[in-house]
Design a protein around this ligand. Structure first.
Ligand SMILES: C[S@@+](CC[C@H](N)C(=O)[O-])C[C@H]1O[C@@H](n2cnc3c(N)ncnc32)[C@H](O)[C@@H]1O
Length: 291
């Protein structure tokens, strides 16, 4: 598609005239955004700038009221499939919620719950230690414990943002007997014990390769024998990457299966202990390393 060959201004105007795109138009919009050249991003943004306020999901992501991309609040809105009640906004929110990258974020919550259930089944009633790096709203654990109230997993939650910690503590107030919250930076934190599972989603794709390898190497040391560390990262195959970058100003390091495996090898982990999982859309990959 040549973006110059369509009257993009008229098209975007027509979308606003009907309060946002229909679901049937979304693939067309993603394809259109994939064609936007770097030098045209600001022009494209100027056409949709009325969305850039905290009342729309796109605008919330774009304006970053918490000061950074991927805060606990927008992630929780994704998990709850929030849509504005305002008719002028609702279709735009639906557009955001149906973005493939956003579907993949919801899928990763389901994948996390499955991983916790696997560990819980293997535990045979013995206590298992879980560390979550960049824990955000802690919705996956909340849902896991809702489904498995007798679980023998205990959790340590690490997040740098104290507002995320406050939100997650309040959400999980029923489960505080098995959760410890630490308001710390994963780069500086030194654990005082070892874990059976270290889980991290939505964090390592903000880190450069050398930080990724540094953190992997560091936290691998804190796994019990037989334990595993699972790290989520967006795949280079993400059909909505440009849309997230242009509309939401949300930039991530996208990585391939091979790149993730290479990081694990660079961290000194044996090849036979390395694996990569994915959620059903293949947009979120998960490097899984065993001890
Ligand atoms: C995109 S959210 C993901 C939340 C959660 N893991 C999930 O998948 O729902 C990333 C979280 O990591 C936290 N975070 C970012 N950098 C961090 C760092 N260096 N140390 C600890 N937490 C960090 C943010 O505050 C945010 O709550």
């Amino acid at each position: 598609m040549d973006i110059k060959s369509i009257n993009i201004e008229a098209y975007i105007e027509s979308l606003f005239a009907k309060n946002g795109p229909e679901e049937s138009e979304l693939n067309y919009l993603f394809a259109m955004m994939n064609e936007v050249k770097a030098e045209d991003i600001e022009y494209f943004r100027s056409l949709v700038s009325s969305l850039f306020n905290r009342h729309t999901l796109i605008g919330f992501a774009h304006t970053k009221p918490f000061g950074y991309s991927g805060d606990f609040f927008i992630i929780e809105k994704i998990y709850q499939f929030y849509l504005s009640q305002d008719e002028k906004i609702r279709k735009w929110d639906m557009f955001f919620q149906l973005t493939p990258a956003v579907l993949a974020v919801r899928n990763r919550k389901t994948l996390a719950i499955g991983i916790f259930e696997e560990l819980n089944n293997e535990a045979l009633g013995l206590q298992k230690e879980v560390l979550i790096l960049g824990s955000g709203p802690v919705t996956e654990t909340f849902e896991f414990l809702g489904k498995n109230p007798e679980s023998s997993l205990v959790f340590e939650m690490l997040d740098m943002d104290k507002r995320a910690i406050a939100y997650a503590k309040n959400k999980n107030k029923k489960y505080l007997d098995r959760m410890t919250f630490l308001n710390r930076n994963v780069i500086r934190y030194t654990p005082e014990k070892k874990y059976d599972l270290i889980w991290s989603a939505g964090l390592f794709d903000y880190f450069k390769g050398k930080h990724f390898v540094f953190l992997l190497k560091k936290y691998y040391e804190y796994l019990n024998e037989g334990g595993e560390m699972i790290i989520g990262n967006f795949n280079i195959e993400n059909p909505s990457r440009r849309s997230m970058e242009i509309l939401c100003d949300w930039f991530l390091y996208h990585r391939s299966v091979d790149e993730l495996k290479k990081f694990a090898l660079q961290a000194g982990i044996e090849e036979s202990k390395i694996d990569v999982l994915q959620e059903p859309l293949g947009i979120n990959l998960f490097l899984r390393v065993r001890k």
